[in-house]
Design a protein around this ligand. Structure first.
Ligand SMILES: [Fe+2]
Ligand SMILES: [Fe+2]
Length: 298
């Protein structure tokens, strides 16, 4: 079943510059703060007491991510993972696995990944959204189980972006793309690159990570709005910066309204009180059973 926590902790090597996977999401909060009022700013600064090395870890993380996410790499990852032949497990096994991946060196919280999942879902439930939306909140990060298969952090988390066309300069730390070999492939460096204008994101290769992977695991079981939220929740260059519209079709534009509705629940629910798991888990168990079979192919 689930491996013990020790065997899935991130190894301390050059592929793991972040103290934990959460460090990337914590950094997102600095880039996209919920509310810029001085009061909330000082509250946040007090709460998030980052060490200098966390920051350089994030930079190093993006240096690797932007260097290695190429068309060839994405194609190879898709070939490796999208047949979904790694293992069979239930949503809850994936959840427990993800829980054990959490590194408790996070500076502000010892909440494991499962708490982020339940907090996101609870905030969505609190706003009266439908069950599929709540379920999306619960499972949206389960693709991070890619760490189990020894994927480096830069191939699991991080803002996502299309490969095979010009990298937007609105992508965080875009200067690091200078070291990406695709910069030397002229075909990949026009606005549309290997794609047709407005071809639709379904035809676009996204940088590889937990979003795309989970989308393929769950795509037969959830409505399309939910699938868009899962597949593009880390696509900050599009849903926050408004880039890459020239690759989107009308359907994508409709779906991105949902991606944008989802994003605040993902980003801004983490610091709230720890959910009472014993009380909540039976309700979520039922919800998962409504949509998913006992086992899924990962
Ligand atoms: Fe995520
Ligand atoms: Fe998340």
């Amino acid at each position: 079943m689930v491996r013990p926590a020790d065997s899935v902790k991130q190894p301390l090597d050059e592929n793991a510059p972040l103290q934990s996977l959460d460090a990337w999401e914590d950094d997102l909060l600095k880039r996209y703060p919920e509310d810029e009022s001085p009061e909330s700013q000082s509250e946040r600064d007090g709460f998030r007491n980052y060490e200098e090395d966390t920051r350089s870890g994030v930079r190093e993380f993006y240096r690797l991510n932007h260097r290695y996410q190429t068309v060839d790499f994405v194609r190879a990852q898709r070939e490796k993972y999208l047949p979904l032949r790694q293992r069979r497990m239930s949503i809850w096994e994936a959840m427990e696995t993800l829980n054990s991946l959490t590194d408790d060196s996070d500076p502000d919280t010892e909440l494991p990944q499962i708490a982020h999942a339940v907090q996101t879902a609870e905030a969505i439930r609190g706003d009266g959204h439908p069950e599929w939306f709540i379920l999306t909140g619960l499972i949206h990060d389960l693709g991070k189980v890619l760490c189990l298969f020894n994927e480096p952090q830069w191939a699991v988390v991080g803002d996502t972006f299309p490969v095979g066309c010009a990298f937007s300069d609105k992508i965080v730390l875009a200067e690091f793309f200078a070291n990406n070999p695709d910069m030397h492939v002229p075909e990949y460096q026009t606005a549309c690159g290997i794609y047709e204008e407005h071809c639709g994101l379904d035809n676009v290769l996204m940088s590889w990570g937990h979003d795309e992977y989970l989308y393929h695991v769950v795509k037969d079981y959830l409505p399309e709005e939910s699938l868009a939220m899962i597949r593009y929740h880390s696509f900050y260059p599009a849903h926050r910066e408004g880039e890459y519209e020239h690759l989107m079709n009308d359907h994508d534009q409709k779906m991105f309204k949902w991606v944008r509705r989802f994003n605040p629940y993902d980003l801004y629910t983490k610091s709230e009180a720890q959910p009472d798991m014993d009380r909540l888990l039976p309700w979520y168990q039922k919800l998962v059973d409504k949509f998913f079979p006992n086992e899924l192919a990962w």
